[in-house]
Design a protein around this ligand. Structure first.
Ligand SMILES: Cc1ncc(COP(=O)(O)O)c(C=O)c1O
Length: 423
């Protein structure tokens, strides 16, 4: 992210984060628009260089927003949605439905109906009973739909166990090893109103390197060849890592995509198998590092010899990943640069002991109430996971570029909180 300091104050594309805070309030999600666009372009360039036919769908669960979807369309990205709400938001953004894929391990009948009416490009089928459900609804609408089958390759990605999805015991996909995936394909092919389009897998998230994906491509192509099943598309999901702290690596997009695409070509050639189009669904790696959260410091509590808690004006209602995964973050003082540091814990203001932003991190000793903290790499799975717990308001979101600062989502109002209440 293009952050520098001017007179000690953190700035993004020349805009002071203090000015931004004063104008839009806190908590506030601030995105570097140029970085989002750049990530899309890096994936495009890497895939173009492979010479393969490809598509990239942004995984909208990472951060769903109308203005972001417009930006994604400008960057020639498709979209992956998993619910009626995500699809509705995409359609409201006038996203081309022919470039939207509908996911989910339990698509409701209503969602299936809505997605077919909208004309999504394809469904990613996740279970055997879903095949009949989709076929029936398509039949009722007098339509034929395309589907890829999500398979479970039995590969364990090296990541946090809660965000691993490719191992055998998973609620996602159908297992290759237990014959369910083959049964699924046969069932789709036999369906009157579904056209079998290809295979999907997603082995996990925050994956630093390509080994697991490469292994999975080899397993899947060999398995398809063995069963003489041709596909038009191989969708390898998302999961490309970002840097939260110095312990992480931003996924090396150029090298990683090169080895993945080279593996696909070589594996197909060695099995004399037609090379399919490759499809990717990055979410976190598109928006994660481009976003940060600004908070204002409130209460500071020192427990001698034990800990110092710096409480901020948000918490697990806009930042759940620390409580959920014990995720680690870097936090910086925005207002000034100081080198006298101490170990502190940054806590939220919600009524849970687990409502912590970052534990035992180094921050300036001089931090006082009214100062501004910036939590980095919060662009993915923060706003989209935000809740109204403790009747907290969902924050506003701004995009910053060299053209200026623009609000893309307003802060919720107190009226929002009771909008559905029966008075
Ligand atoms: C099927 C599928 N595709 C794509 C993604 C996006 O993953 P990431 O944001 O880690 O790139 C996910 C994340 O859960 C997913 O389940």
């Amino acid at each position: 992210m293009n952050i520098t300091r001017e007179n000690g104050v953190m700035t993004l594309h020349g805009h002071s984060l203090i000015d931004i805070k004063n104008k839009y309030g806190t908590p506030l999600f601030v995105y570097d628009e140029a970085l989002i666009r750049n990530q899309c372009r890096r994936f495009h360039t890497a895939l173009q260089q492979s010479g393969l036919n490809y598509t990239i769908s942004y995984a909208s669960k990472a951060f769903t927003s109308i203005q972001l979807f417009k930006l994604m369309q400008e960057e020639n990205m498709g979209l992956d949605v998993v619910s009626e709400g995500e699809l509705f938001t995409a359609l409201t953004a006038q996203f081309n439905p022919g470039r939207i894929h509908f996911h989910g391990n339990n698509k409701t009948k209503r969602e299936i109906q809505y997605a077919i009416e909208a004309g999504v490009e394809y469904f990613v089928i996740d279970a055997l009973d879903e095949i009949e459900r989709i076929n029936d609804i398509a039949n009722q609408q007098g339509k034929s739909v395309k589907a890829v089958l999500r398979v479970n390759p039995g590969v364990e990605a090296h990541t946090h166990e809660f965000i691993q999805t490719g191992q055998e015991d998973s609620k996602f996909g159908l297992s290759i090893n237990h014959g369910l995936a083959l049964q699924g394909i046969q069932q789709i092919i036999a369906s009157s109103n579904i056209e079998f389009h290809g295979i999907h897998f997603h082995i996990g998230s925050q994956i630093f390197e390509s080994t697991g994906t490469i292994e999975t491509i080899q397993i899947v192509i060999q398995w398809l060849k063995e069963h003489q099943i041709d596909i038009k598309v191989l969708n390898i999901g998302g999961g490309f890592s970002i840097r939260y702290t110095s312990d992480d690596i931003s996924y090396p997009i150029e090298d990683g995509i090169k080895s993945i695409t080279e593996t696909l070509i070589a594996t197909c050639e060695s099995h004399d198998y037609p090379i399919p189009e490759i499809s990717l669904e990055p979410g976190r790696s598109i928006v994660g590092e481009a976003g940060m959260t600004l908070y204002e410091v409130g209460t500071i509590k020192s427990i001698p010899g034990i800990n110092k808690y710096i409480s901020i004006d948000g918490g697990m209602s806009d930042h759940i990943r620390t409580a959920l995964y014990n995720a680690q973050y870097e936090v910086e003082l925005v207002d000034r640069e100081e080198h006298e540091l101490e170990t502190v814990t940054v806590a939220g203001k919600l009524c849970e002991s687990g409502d912590i932003i970052a534990r035992n991190i180094s921050l300036p000793q001089s931090i006082k109430s009214g100062d501004t903290l910036c939590v980095k790499s919060t662009g993915a799975y923060h706003y989209s996971m935000a809740s109204n717990y403790n009747q907290m308001l969902k924050p506003a979101v701004v995009f910053v570029s060299d053209k200026g600062v623009r609000k893309v989502i307003k802060r919720q109002s107190l009226d929002h909180l009771i909008a559905n209440e029966i008075l």
